[in-house]
Write a protein that binds this ligand. Structure first.
Ligand code: TXA
Ligand code: MG
Length: 329
């Protein structure tokens, strides 16, 4: 059984009634829920298998909505002015006096993550809701994010109430998350906004890279910081330059070694933007082949490559627990 495809109007009605509806954003598909309803938010955590301490991103459609929910800083105003609508999520202090977001949507934290997507269907959906919408990525916790409706259905099936089919999401990689509570931007997760985007467009601001290493541990600030996350079901092998006969292979660039059973190239031109757009879709496809493992060629670690390598490392991390078990649910 799969979730039925629904119109934006139907999606709004389903959300209003407390349902869970997936919808496209410019980064990846989100799984929406009304943020003011504790029972619906709890159901979303259950369906995703997400640890309750891992907060959701609140999706908004205009600045006034954002200002009502969080305590704004000059840094946040500058970042929002530069990058909204778009793939930037801001972490700010949550206003305590609002009932628009229940505590369990924020993992019990005093902060809130805000994102204003640019995707026209996401915008239309959010604009028509009389409540605030929380939306994590539309996948089971620690799995690969989804970039088309088919992969959403494969991930979540009929455990959700509907999906707005917006085709393939254009950027293909999650938003970049920045803690903007102070005067220095602290990057909690690299995503579709690259270090070069930040440097180029908010010149003169030194940012702090707070994305922790894959070794795990430490205080949770973003699930993107969890050691195992963004993982296919099939074992992944990174920086591969030769491939076994029964391997699924994720290539990058013009000069690719021969071998492997199934081969997909993220970008034959070595274009990181194209690679980011293809990333999750191709990993989902390789994951379905039944091959013994997925071998991934090296990807240059600059620009969007920083976020891609981060996802690959977390997706292949087996740590002490080993096997295919999820470390973080
Ligand atoms: O592009 C995206 O960001 C997509 C689309 C659907 O908007 N959403 C997404 O959501 O990637 P999710 O739930 O997969 O990742 C949200 C991340 C998690 O790592 C969570 O820990 C972090 O945001 N987060 C949420 N609230 C936070 C907060 N108050 N402080 C720090 N991190 C927070
Ligand atoms: Mg996610």
């Amino acid at each position: 059984m799969t979730a039925s495809k629904v119109s934006i109007e139907r999606a709004q009605a389903l959300l209003q009634a407390g349902g869970l509806v997936a919808f496209p954003t410019e980064t990846v598909y989100g799984l929406g829920v009304r943020a003011d309803d504790e029972a619906s938010v709890s159901r979303l955590y259950r369906v995703k298998g997400r640890p309750s301490r891992n907060p959701l991103i609140i999706h908004i459609h205009d600045k006034a909505q954002a200002e009502a929910l969080a305590v704004w800083t000059p840094l946040a105003a500058r970042l929002a002015e530069t990058f909204w609508q778009g793939p930037l999520t801001l972490v700010l202090q949550r206003k305590a006096d609002t009932k628009a977001i229940v505590d369990n949507a924020c993992g019990g934290l005093g902060t809130v993550a805000l994102r204003m997507p640019s995707h026209p269907q996401a915008q239309a959906l959010l604009r028509g809701c009389s409540f605030v919408v929380a939306a994590p990525s539309a996948n089971r916790s620690s799995h690969l994010s989804t970039t088309d409706a088919r992969d959403v259905e494969r991930e979540l099936g009929d455990s959700i109430d509907g999906v707005v089919d917006g085709g393939t999401t254009p950027l293909g990689l999650e938003s970049t998350i920045i803690d903007a509570q102070g005067s220095v931007p602290r990057v909690l997760r690299w995503g579709s906004l690259s270090p070069a985007d930040l440097e180029g467009r908010v010149g003169g601001v030194a940012w702090e890279d707070a994305c922790s290493s894959v070794s795990g541990g430490g205080v949770l600030q973003a699930s993107g910081m969890m050691a195992r996350h963004y993982a296919p079901r099939t074992r992944m092998r990174l920086n591969a330059m030769s491939f076994d006969d029964n391997e699924a292979v994720l290539l990058y660039g013009k000069r690719c070694p021969a071998g492997g059973r199934v081969r997909l190239n993220l970008s034959a031109q070595g274009d990181l933007k194209e690679a980011a757009a293809n990333f999750y879709r191709m990993l989902h496809e390789l994951d379905k082949t039944g091959c013994d493992s997925i071998a991934v060629m090296p990807i240059v670690n600059e620009g969007l490559g920083v976020a891609l390598n981060d996802r690959l490392q977390r997706g292949s991390w087996r740590g002490k627990l080993g096997g295919h078990r999820n470390v973080d649910g």
